[in-house]
Design a protein around this ligand. Sequence first.
Ligand code: TYR
Length: 520
Amino acid sequence: MTQTTQSPASATLVEFGQRNLNLEEVVAIAKGAKAQLKESADYQEYIQKGARFIDSLLAEEGVVYGVTTGYGDSCTVTVGLDLVHELPLHLSRFHGCGMGNILSVMQARAVMACRLSSLAVGKSGVSYELLKRIETLLNLGITPVIPEEGSVGASGDLTPLSYLAAVLVGEREVIYQGERRATADVYRELDITPLTLRPKEGLALMNGTAVMTALACLAYDRAQYLNRLASRITAMASLTLKGNSNHFDDILFAAKPHPGQNQIAAWIREDLNHHEHPRNSDRLQDRYSIRCAPHIIGVLQDALPFMRQFIETELNSANDNPIVDGEGEHVLHGGHFYGGHIGFVMDSMKNAIANIADLIDRQMALVMDPKFNNGLPANLSGAQGSRKAINHGFKAVQIGVSAWTAEALKNTMPASVFSRSTECHNQDKVSMGTIAARDCMRVLQLTEQVAAAALLAMTQGIHLRIAQGELCHASLTTSVAKTLDQVSADFELLTEDSPLETVLRQTVDKIQQGLWEVCH
Ligand SMILES: N[C@@H](Cc1ccc(O)cc1)C(=O)O
C-alpha cells in the first residue's frame, strides 16, 4: 500500500524510554516487531528514583494513596504496613472480572506497547525491572488473554489492564505460540520467575488508558488505508458508470481548499487521468455519491492530523494516578487516567468511517441498478443469452453491503455521552473511550467488508464496460489497471452464480493487511 505513514510499520525494533513513539511503532509491535527498552545507566537511575521515592515516603511518612490506602472511593481506608505488599495483588485480582471477546494477539501486544510507553515516561513510581519484564514478554511472544469489556475508560482501563498485571505476577492465562495456556505453566516451561509487584506497581499498570490508546493506534492505521482505498473505489465506480471526471478537477478544488479533501480529489483525478479543464460542461452531473466523494472521504482525511496528535500525545503521556515525580520528590494526585481525548477521536473516527461505508453503499446501489448504471446489466451479472434468466450477479452481495452499512451506521452513537457515575460516585464522570474504540474497530471491520464487496463489483463493472466496447484496458491509468489486475487474480468475471464468501473474506484480509496496491 502507499506508505503515507511517518515511519515504516515494518520496523523490526522499537525503542522505549526517553523518546516519543509514533503510532506506527505501536502497530509494528502489534504485528510482531521487538521492543527495546533504553538501557543506559542514566535512564535506569532516572526510573529507579521514582520507585525509591515511594519507598522513602513509606518509611518516613507511612501514608501514600493507593499504597497504604484502599483504591478510589476506598482511599479513606488505611492499610497497615503489614498488608501493604499484598495490596497490588488484590487490585489485579478484584478486577479480574472482564467479559466479552478476548482481544486478538495483535491488539493485546498493542496494549502492552502502550502501557510500556506510558510507564517508560518515568512518572509512575515503578521499577526498571517492571518495564523490563513487559519488554521481555513482548519479545518472547507471551501475550496476556485480555477480555475487552468492563472499562469505563476513566479510571483507566482498570479491568482489562488487570489481565496484564495478573500475567506479570504469574496468574491467569496467556497466548503462547498460538495456544491459550495457564501463565504459570508457560513461566515454568521458560523458567520465568513471576514478578512480585512493588507497592505502587499494580495501580501504575492498571490505572491508565493503554487499551483504548492501543485500539486507537490500530484503528488509525486502518482508517488511513481505507481512505486511500475508498478513493480508488470511487474512481472505479466512476469508470463503471461512465461518470464525469470534471467533478474532480483541480481548478474546482482549489476553490474549496480543505487540504484533505483536495488530496482525495487529486487521487481520484489521477486515477481517472483527468488533466484538461472544460471550457463548458455539457455532461450531466453525477449523483452525490460520486460527485461529492472527496467531500465525504475528505472529512476523515482532514481529521487525521488532529487524530494523530491526540493519539500520540496520549501514547507518550504518563496516564496514571498518582503521578510520581522522583526527581523533584512530589506525589501529585490527578485524573490522567481519563481517556477523553481518545474517546473523542474514536467517536469521531467511527462516524467518519461509517460515512464512507454509506458512500460506497450508495455507489453500489448506482452500479447495480439498470435505471442508474448507464447501460450495464442488472446486478452486474455477466451471464449471456438465455443464462441471464437464472443468474443474479451481485444481488445478494449488494444486500449484504446494505446490512453491513446499516450496522456500521448504527454503531456511530457517541459512547462518550453515555458517561455514568460509578464506584460509589468517586468516578462520577467517565470517558467511555474504550467502548468508543471498540465501536470504531467494529465500524472499521464492517466498512472494510463493504469496501471488499465494492472492489469486486467495480472490477466486474469495468470488465463489463470493456466487454461492451465502451472502455479499453489500455486507456486505464496504471494505478487503476493494477488494482483491476490484482483483484482479477483472485476473482474471475462472474458469469454464473457462485458463493462469493471465500473471495470476500480473502479481499477483507488483504485490505486489513494493506496488501492492495493503491499507490500510483
Ligand atoms: N482510578 C482511581 C483508582 C481506582 C483503582 C481501582 C478501583 O477499583 C477504583 C479506583 C484513582 O486513581 O483515583
